[in-house]
Design a protein around this ligand. Structure first.
Ligand code: TXA
Ligand code: MG
Length: 315
């Protein structure tokens, strides 16, 4: 089936209240009509997601924000015009048209316009905003290919196969405070990028929701997963371990190496990191190690994902 046919079928499913997996530029989403609470309930069921973890609502055009959220601050348009379509989610006060199940009862809603032509076409053809979390089981590795979705959510009503995603990690999530923006989840749009449009806020909102962006453990492979360091190297047998590598400096002696960057670019690491975790999970290595990077720029988003993946395996 060609991609246009897939989009058409998926849009029909969305209109009927069903759940469809689709590519965005970040990761695959598990989408349903954001205005239909029963359809959204099925997302939570399929994903085995706790009801306290709110969903992001995807739209195709800036003019749609106003229908689902209250624009209480004109600076939203400065940010939206600069970064949308793109890997940025903005948290805004929600309108009542958005059912409580989407936002886990919060008075706010996360909104984004994804930069992927398939996702945009799907939203337009569905004629509704699409609520979608990442299309993995709750707590597992995020999906960057249709095969990753099939592995975790075989019961989804339809999957659009749009190939591998081009950004590879989830959107940056921001909230606007009186004095500027606050980052709730790091992504490839960095603090520096945002600072060119708005100042960074000095306020740090008390973390009241235990959402994936804020949980300590997440994105986790079913095998033991560690950050590479001297301590861990002294405790494991390298010949049974897989290395997710950035610089290539430590590749010697491992059973399997996935080289995520060939040009020492952090964006390349981000693009390939979840796919590398999936490959390692599916391989015959006993442990997985990943090379850490400096927590600067995109490195912050990468280390956030790696630390959460490693959290429950900490030695
Ligand atoms: O790149 C992405 O953002 C992907 C693609 C599919 O768009 N989506 C994604 O969704 O990563 P998900 O559900 O895996 O993570 C969304 C996170 C929630 O776990 C929560 O941390 C945050 O977004 N979130 C959503 N609504 C929120 C709200 N009203 N207030 C605070 N955080 C919110
Ligand atoms: Mg997720």
């Amino acid at each position: 089936m060609n991609i246009y046919e897939q989009i058409k079928i998926a849009a029909e499913y969305i209109k009927k209240g069903k759940v469809v997996a689709f590519p965005t530029e970040t990761v695959y989403g598990l989408g349903a009509n954001a205005l239909n609470p029963n359809a959204v309930a099925r997302i939570f069921e399929l994903k085995e997601r706790p009801s306290f973890d709110p969903l992001i609502v995807h739209i195709a055009d800036i003019s749609q924000i106003d229908k689902i959220a209250i624009i209480n601050d004109e600076r939203i348009y400065d940010i939206a015009n600069k970064f949308w379509p793109g890997p940025l989610t903005i948290i805004l006060p929600k309108r009542s048209i958005i059912p409580d199940i989407v936002t886990s009862g919060l008075p706010t809603v996360g909104i984004r316009i994804p930069n992927n032509p398939i996702a945009l076409e799907l939203i337009r053809n569905s004629e509704c905003p699409i609520a979608a979390p990442s299309a993995n089981k709750f707590g597992k590795i995020s999906p960057t290919k249709a095969s990753h979705v099939k592995k975790y959510i075989p019961d989804v009503d339809f999957i659009i196969d749009g190939g591998k995603t081009t950004v590879g990690i989830e959107s940056t999530i921001i909230k606007l405070n009186d004095d500027g923006f606050e980052i709730l989840r790091h992504g490839v749009i960095t603090e520096d990028d945002l600072s060119k449009v708005l100042p960074k806020s000095s306020i740090k909102t008390e973390n009241k929701i235990l959402a994936s962006g804020m949980m300590k453990s997440h994105y986790s492979p079913d095998k033991k997963f560690y950050l590479l360091d001297e301590n861990i190297l002294s405790q494991i047998d390298k010949s049974k371990a897989g290395l997710i590598s950035f610089t290539g400096k430590y590749n010697e002696g491992f059973k399997k190496v996935i080289q995520c960057s060939h040009s020492n670019e952090l964006l390349e690491y981000a693009i390939n990191i979840f796919d590398a975790m999936h490959q390692m999970e599916e391989s015959d290595v006993e442990f997985i190690l990943a090379e850490p990077v400096e927590e600067k720029g995109i490195g912050k988003a990468i280390m956030d994902r790696l630390k959460k993946a490693a959290y429950k395996h900490k030695k």
